[in-house]
Write a protein that binds this ligand. Structure first.
Ligand SMILES: NC(=O)c1ccc[n+]([C@@H]2O[C@H](COP(=O)([O-])OP(=O)(O)OC[C@H]3O[C@@H](n4cnc5c(N)ncnc54)[C@H](OP(=O)(O)O)[C@@H]3O)[C@@H](O)[C@H]2O)c1
Length: 281
């Protein structure tokens, strides 16, 4: 039995659907209804990262665990998952981290939290695999409303490049790590096939949608104010630091791990855009 967390979210959802087609799979989360909708082929169990006992029950009989957590103010979530995994006799933990942990200049809250999460995983006494993706291509879904409404994207640093990765490739890499031998005590840097800028992403979207998509630059300070309206201040600050690093070229490196793990090239942004065109109206 393989247990998947985050199955109502982006990467965990793909992982659960891929796994459940071939392996006994359980999805763990706060709403069984949402889990059943997201991963109909998996066994859905209610549990909360804040409640260790609920995690122990959900992990009963599990051989492997896929860990996705999202709240940098809650280090107890990863601690609880690892403690419950040990109690339940889980053999292998695959952890979704972030490639920023390898950037020396990355000292923001989210990256520091992921570094600590990785430390916990490496020290947990179980077999582990740490996946370190670059930014998800699906982050550009946040442009969909503005593209539908005005055919325009407002973004800071439109010509800064990021080797962003298709979350479906991240999920396929997770499935390999969870099911095939030889991936214990390994870190994998997961990137797309090339660094790409917001302006270039808009060009691909325009081609796929067969209508213009303008890419309009806004100052970083304005982007920060919009993040600060949506997120707590430390998260908005972390996003600002991250955007600055992208502007300095820190996120352009392409790693061959996706191709080596999956035996085919990483999906391009154009592939992603074609497959999600309907989301942009
Ligand atoms: N976005 C990027 O560009 C990027 C890049 C690199 C790394 N990452 C890393 O990727 C991870 C996020 O992955 P994602 O985008 O696939 O996640 P996501 O779509 O935001 O989904 C988060 C999942 O966590 C579940 N969850 C949240 N709190 C929970 C709790 N207390 N108990 C049980 N389940 C809980 C949610 O379930 P419910 O809400 O349904 O309960 C949901 O399924 C983060 O660790 C992030 O640092 C992201």
């Amino acid at each position: 039995m393989i247990v998947v967390t985050g199955a109502t979210g982006t990467v965990g959802g793909h992982v659960a659907r891929l796994l459940s087609a071939h392996h006994p799979t359980r999805v763990l989360g706060r709403s069984r209804g949402r889990l059943r909708e997201a991963a109909p082929g998996a066994d859905a169990v209610g549990a909360d990262f804040a409640d260790r006992r609920s995690l122990e029950r959900a992990l009963d009989g599990a051989r492997a665990l896929f860990v996705v957590t999202t709240d940098p103010s809650r280090p107890d979530h990863d601690e609880n998952l690892l403690a419950a995994a040990r109690t339940a006799g889980v053999e292998h933990v695959v952890k979704l981290s972030a490639l920023a942990v390898t950037d020396e200049g990355a000292t923001d809250l989210i990256t520091a939290w992921q570094r600590e999460n990785e430390e916990r995983v490496r020290a947990c006494g179980l077999a582990w695999t740490i996946l370190r993706p670059r930014s998800f291509m699906s982050n550009t879904l946040s442009w969909a409303e503005s593209i539908r409404a005005s055919g325009a994207v407002l973004t800071p640093q439109p010509h800064s490049r990021n080797a962003s990765v298709d979350p479906r490739d991240v999920a396929e890499a997770a499935v390999v790590a969870l099911t095939a031998p030889g991936h214990g005590q390994r870190h994998y840097a997961l990137t797309g096939p090339e660094p790409i800028s917001p302006a270039e992403q808009c060009e691909h979207l325009a081609e796929v949608l067969a209508r213009p998509v303008r890419c309009c630059e806004i100052p970083l300070e304005r982007a920060y104010l919009s993040w600060a309206r949506r997120y707590p201040e430390p998260i908005a600050q972390a996003l600002l630091d991250s955007a600055r690093r992208q502007g300095e070229g820190a996120k352009q490196h392409v790693d061959p791990a996706v191709e080596k793990l999956l035996g085919r090239p990483a999906r391009s942004y154009r592939d992603w855009a074609k497959d999600h065109a309907e989301r942009f109206g």
